[in-house]
Design a protein around this ligand. Structure first.
Ligand code: A3P
Length: 317
């Protein structure tokens, strides 16, 4: 349990932060230069104050709707492929990926509780939507590894808009896709501005290739086999020649494929995260669905922002 003094300090800080409209009640707060759902600011502070990373830890980082669920499924099955005697017994068949690889700020450090890590086996797998700059120092200072998944912002916006509008919220306010896109242009979106988020991890991935592996959803879709091999190697679980010839990599791709995960009972009918049913994490799973939702003028406006903000970074979509 977090101390009452620390809870009071977080609450006071939260009240003092600049606010923006957000679809998740009661909106967004600007904390350390990024907007986050106001209700999880205390969780983030607690995570920053208490988390002690270990060298073997693996942290999966992303902006919401970039392919986090897929990355969790892949990393979990790569790490655990030898723990379950066959992949057909993998826990992924019975549990949603978010249950198996918990979010620091939504699950582990929620409700003023401090997590009990004593039963977790190494390497521990965690996830977060927090920008690189705001991660706890121990994540940066230890040899723990970070895998970041990035996605075309236009697809993120469309995916996020669908997700927001179908979430089971008590006081759900309907947003048009234009309102959503406008908020992204201003950087007033969960864990945004998106350009700062992406550039923060991108920079470290270039400077320290052992620290951050920067993946793109689009490349993972187009060349899943090689991207997954790269992921396995980075997190310290490379596939042996024998495993490759036995078709283990392909088995993992199939297990974690959109079609397979979406159709699992647990993902069709279950609910793990507060507010969201498991099925809301599996919509279309395609590249370029933005063409079906964003007007030409909105695309032009967004592309201008993307160009201006990412210009010179080497990050393109
Ligand atoms: P769409 O809404 O475009 O379909 P996140 O996991 O970060 O919340 O991102 C969700 C997006 O990833 C959704 O995109 C979802 O359909 C897609 N997705 C989920 N599982 C996937 C998988 N196994 N393969 C490919 N895409 C997946």
């Amino acid at each position: 349990m977090e101390s009452s003094q620390k809870i009071k300090e977080s609450e006071e800080l939260l009240l003092s932060l600049p606010k923006a409209k957000g679809w998740l009640s009661p909106g967004l707060s600007l904390y350390q230069g990024f907007y986050c759902p106001s209700k999880i600011v205390p969780n983030i502070i607690s995570f920053q104050n208490h988390f002690q990373a270990h060298d073997q830890d693996i942290v999966l980082a992303s902006k919401p709707k970039s392919g986090t669920t897929w990355l969790k499924a892949l990393a979990f099955s790569i790490v655990n492929r030898k723990r379950c005697d066959q992949l057909s017994n993998c826990a992924l068949l019975k549990s949603n990926p978010h249950e198996l690889v918990p979010f620091m700020e939504f699950s582990l450090y929620a409700n003023n509780q401090l997590p009990d890590f004593s039963t977790m086996s190494y390497p521990r797998l965690f996830s977060t939507h927090i920008p690189y700059e705001s991660l706890p120092e121990s994540i940066k200072q230890t040899n723990c590894r970070i895998v970041y998944i990035c996605r075309n912002p236009l697809d993120i916006i469309v995916s996020h808009w669908h997700f927001a509008n179908q979430a089971c919220l008590e006081h759900n306010t309907h947003w048009t896709v234009e309102e959503f896109a406008e908020a992204y242009c201003k950087g007033e979106e969960a864990f945004g501005p998106f350009w700062d988020h992406m550039l923060g991890y991108h920079k470290v991935s270039k400077e320290n290739t052992n620290k951050v592996l920067f993946l793109k959803y689009e490349e993972l879709k187009k060349d899943t086999l090689n991207q997954v091999k790269k992921l396995a190697e980075f997190i310290g679980f490379p596939f042996s020649k024998e495993e490759e010839s036995q078709g283990i990599v392909e088995e993992i791709l199939k297990l974690c494929s959109f079609g397979n995960l979406k159709e699992l009972d647990v993902n069709k009918h279950g609910k793990f995260m507060p507010y969201f049913e498991n099925k809301s994490y599996f919509r279309k799973g395609e590249i370029g669905d933005w063409v079906n939702h964003l007007s030409d003028s909105m695309v032009e406006k967004l592309n201008k922002v993307i160009h201006e903000k990412l210009n010179g970074s080497g990050l393109t979509f």
